[in-house]
Write a protein that binds this ligand. Structure first.
Ligand SMILES: C[S@@+](CC[C@H](N)C(=O)[O-])C[C@H]1O[C@@H](n2cnc3c(N)ncnc32)[C@H](O)[C@@H]1O
Length: 440
């Protein structure tokens, strides 16, 4: 399979199955032996097309009579790949961009459309391969095409943070984000892991604020790096590491992580507790509970107990906990740069989330001991899923109050806070919301 075929097949799969882009691409790369240069090219094409889908489809629309939504998926993806290479990849000759897209369609069940694909791409070249944007008088439609992000997301961000920030956030959704690892201090220290990664040819930096957090540059499969299978580190973005720190769990305590899979926050909490005490890590889905178990085994923690459980329903058999984390299911609007497909979710799907988020927070609160801590978090920058959920909760639960986040947050926010929105615009964090509450 060539790099272009790989990105074409992976894009078709992501569109058809609604599967996560990172997992889909990783599975294709693992199954296809390729030179590193080729896999980098495949990955650039795959993410580039996914990130710029609305921009690319607008160009296609200007060149075809039929609405893009009515064209066959294979035709759309081969055109998107062609236009992306012609407009955004300087080193690719125009003839290669066109011919390879035509070849992709010739090998598909839509081979009769190869003349059409050839014609559209040749017309695009004749037009100078210019990315055309809608007129300035419609700022939402223009920004939607310019940043390839649906207008409703821009409108939510504008409502919550203002237009300038909304556009700034849209810009951060493009390009590959930093990749963070967490050193498993139960098995290794930072310098050992740094040395090991450098020997594997990975460029690595120690995070300026967060202990045991590394930032690496690596486009291959992480699971193939030395030290991974021995559990010396795991992938966890910096915001997620801060979320674990927000709970402030101590040795010997009892912690509930109610929406825990695949488990990275439980793993970091376990380290912060020196693997002493008890972490009950729940998830609604059995196959996801397995992921927590696999990670726990690889990393060698004994204090984590993974179980199936519904965070929105009270289970009196569980008893209570010193600290409860509700890392609720959310829209993911803060991590579009990691998973570009998130921005093509339906608005109605996102609007349904606050109801379940409220239920989980209210139920999670019931497990918190008097004087105990409750942390609510999302990887979204949509106040309907964040501040408004927590404020409503506090109004209905007079026995809970805001509680100061640990000291590291004072460094991040520049002042003491009990809520924080982390953003790619400040400190290059993934978009994340955290609130720390205390039962009085
Ligand atoms: C944001 S993810 C959690 C990420 C995780 N805390 C971590 O750091 O790896 C949300 C998780 O909630 C789970 N989930 C969704 N609804 C749930 C429910 N009602 N009860 C428990 N888990 C739920 C999903 O399966 C998903 O694994």
């Amino acid at each position: 399979m060539t790099a272009r075929q790989l990105s074409y097949e992976a894009l078709l799969k992501t569109a058809r199955d609604g599967s996560y882009s990172n997992l889909t691409l990783d599975a294709f790369l693992k199954a296809t032996p390729m030179e590193p240069r080729e896999s980098q090219f495949a990955s650039r094409l795959f993410y580039g097309v996914l990130e710029r889908k609305l921009t690319l489809d607008y160009q296609i629309q200007l060149l075809t009579k039929k609405p893009v939504q009515k064209l066959d998926l294979e035709v759309v993806v081969s055109l998107e790949l062609g236009i992306y290479q012609l407009s955004y990849m300087n080193g690719v000759p125009s003839s290669a961009a066109v011919n390879e897209s035509v070849n992709l369609i010739k090998k598909s069940r839509k081979k009769s459309a190869s003349g059409f694909v050839n014609g559209v791409l040749r017309n695009y070249i004749r037009g100078g391969c210019r990315i055309v944007l809608p007129p300035l008088n419609d700022k939402y439609r223009r920004a939607e095409v310019e940043y390839s992000i649906p207008a409703w997301i821009l409108q939510y961000w504008e409502r919550d943070y203002g237009w300038e920030t909304a556009v700034g956030l849209a810009e951060t959704c493009m390009g590959r984000p930093p990749l963070n690892l967490r050193v498993n201090t139960r098995k290794a220290n930072v310098s050992q892991v740094v040395e090991m990664l450098k020997k594997d040819g990975v460029s690595v930096e120690v995070h300026p604020l967060i202990e045991n957090c590394l930032t690496i540059e690596h486009s291959g499969s992480i699971s193939k790096l030395s030290g991974f299978s021995e559990g010396l580190f795991y992938v966890q973005d910096a915001s997620s590491q801060l979320c674990a720190a927000a709970l402030g769990a101590k040795e010997g305590e009892r912690v509930f992580d109610l929406c825990a899979a695949p488990g990275s926050k439980s793993f970091t909490i376990a380290q912060l507790m020196e693997d002493k005490g008890e972490i009950c890590s729940f998830d609604l889905y059995e196959h996801r509970v397995r992921l927590i178990e696999q990670g726990t085994k690889r990393l060698g923690f004994s204090c984590i107990h993974a179980k199936m459980g519904d965070a929105s329903r009270f289970d009196e058999n569980l008893g209570d906990a010193d600290r409860v984390l509700c890392d609720v299911p959310c829209s993911g609007l803060g991590i579009i740069r990691r998973k570009p497909e998130i921005k093509y979710k339906k608005q109605a799907e996102v609007d349904e989330l606050p109801a379940i988020q409220r239920e989980i927070l209210a139920n999670g609160a019931r497990y918190v001991k008097k004087g105990g801590v409750l942390v609510y978090s999302t990887c979204s920058l949509n106040k309907d899923e964040n501040e408004r959920v927590v404020e409503d909760f506090l109004q209905n639960h007079p026995d809970f109050e805001r509680d100061e986040l640990p000291e590291i947050f004072t460094k991040v926010a520049g002042k003491t806070v009990s809520y924080i929105s982390l953003s790619p615009l400040v400190g290059n964090f993934d978009g994340f919301f955290l609130a720390r509450l205390k039962r009085s």
